[in-house]
Ligand binder design. Structure first.
Ligand code: OSB
Ligand code: MG
Length: 375
């Protein structure tokens, strides 16, 4: 197929409650929704880069630039036979995985709609529902955190992840563990420790955690290996796994025992599936991370998480945990068994609520093949 039009919508959406991590506090979530058109059909993608470069170096601003100036011309000049060709097609652009992943998602959706096949089926997922948990941001004090966790447990979430940072780690975790001795519990530090300061995390090793996520720097596989060797609890890498090669090297050196897979972080669903396949072959459990996605990215995460290697609950909570009004007509709700149902419609299986999209849009651009190709 030949892509003839790309529409980019830069969104800023109010979160139902502020989300605080070791890298900052957010009351809104930015994203870029990408609509790619060919043969009168269009597909949706979501670029998960946020306003600030706190989680990763990409931002909604850098992704906007890269999409317009570098990705769009490559896409318009190519004959695309499968979304799986996108990583190779975009390989002349170094880095910027979230910008690439957003575009690739739109082509998965478009292909699925053209062929009448769901993303789940295209990726090879089978399960009708996927187990999910909730990621709980830093609160003002441990007592407040326990109250927030209590409310999510009451909603039906059966796995809790809490954010930690230096000075807000053991105390917070002990408080939740003492309040709820039996729940599935894990922590996420978002790269806020060094090998030295991570010594303060050693008491967590006796709190029956599912995993400790990304304690050390993004570009530091080696010190994760050292830390993992001193812990019984599995380390799980998020930020550090930016490619299939990093995943392979992390597993070869036992820098972690579990992998968090986010399509945005690794340049798209094609690469995400490859990392999943590698982890299965090595007996490493994986789970699907989240980036506070809208219904568009959430639909993609559900399809991905339905693959057989995703054996731990994902950070794919119900729509109402994030947004009062989402931009899709489909709203994802939590099932009583702490799962969410995978969409079955063609492509992502979701449609845009235009009013909601426009209401949250801070800038928009429409790019056409003629704008770029001079004949
Ligand atoms: O580290 O997993 C993370 C949100 C934004 C950026 C990074 C992370 C997160 C979350 C929330 O933990 C996951 C979600 O519910 O979408
Ligand atoms: Mg994380």
């Amino acid at each position: 197929m030949k892509i003839t039009k790309l529409a980019l919508h830069h969104l800023s959406m109010p979160l139902v409650s502020p989300f605080e991590t070791s890298f900052g506090r957010a009351e809104e979530r930015e994203s870029i929704i990408i609509e790619a058109s060919a043969e009168g059909i269009s597909g949706l993608g979501e670029c998960v880069a946020d306003r600030d470069p706190g989680y990763a170096y990409e931002t909604s601003g850098t992704a906007w630039l890269i999409l317009q100036e570098f990705i769009a011309p490559l896409i318009f000049s190519a004959e695309i036979s499968s979304p799986q060709d996108i990583p190779e097609l975009l390989s002349p652009i170094r880095g910027h995985p979230m910008a690439k992943a957003g575009l690739e998602m739109a082509l998965w959706d478009l292909t699925g709609k053209m062929e009448g096949v769901s993303l789940q089926a295209m990726l090879g997922g089978k399960r009708k529902t996927v187990p999910v948990g909730v990621s709980v941001g830093l609160q003002s004090c441990p007592e407040e955190l326990v109250e927030v966790v209590n409310a999510y447990l009451a909603d039906g979430y059966q796995r809790i992840k809490i954010k930690i940072k230096p000075g807000r780690d053991v105390g917070d975790t002990v408080a939740v563990r003492l309040a709820y001795t039996d729940i599935l519990l894990q922590v996420d530090a978002n790269s806020s420790y060094t090998l030295d300061s991570a010594q303060s995390l050693l008491p967590l090793d006796d709190m029956d955690l599912l995993l400790i996520e990304q304690p050390l720097a993004e570009d530091d596989l080696w010190d994760h290996r050292t830390l993992q060797s001193s812990l019984k609890t599995p380390l799980c890498l998020d930020e550090s796994i930016v490619s299939l090669r990093h995943a392979r090297q992390a597993l070869e050196m036992t820098a972690c025992r579990i992998v968090n897979i986010k399509a945005g972080r690794v340049g798209g669903l094609t690469n995400a599936v490859k990392i999943h396949n590698l982890c299965i072959s090595k007996g490493i459990p994986v789970w699907c991370g989240g980036m506070l996605e809208t219904g568009v990215g959430r639909a993609a995460n559900l399809a991905l998480a339905s693959l057989p290697g995703f054996t731990l609950p994902g950070d794919i909570s119900a729509s109402n945990r994030y947004y009062r009004q989402d931009i899709t007509n489909e709203i994802f709700a939590l099932n009583p068994d702490s799962s969410i149902t995978v969409p079955e419609g063609a492509g992502l299986g979701v449609s845009i609520n235009r009013d909601a999209l426009d209401k949250n849009c801070i800038r928009k651009v429409i790019l056409t093949a003629e704008d770029y190709i001079c004949e």
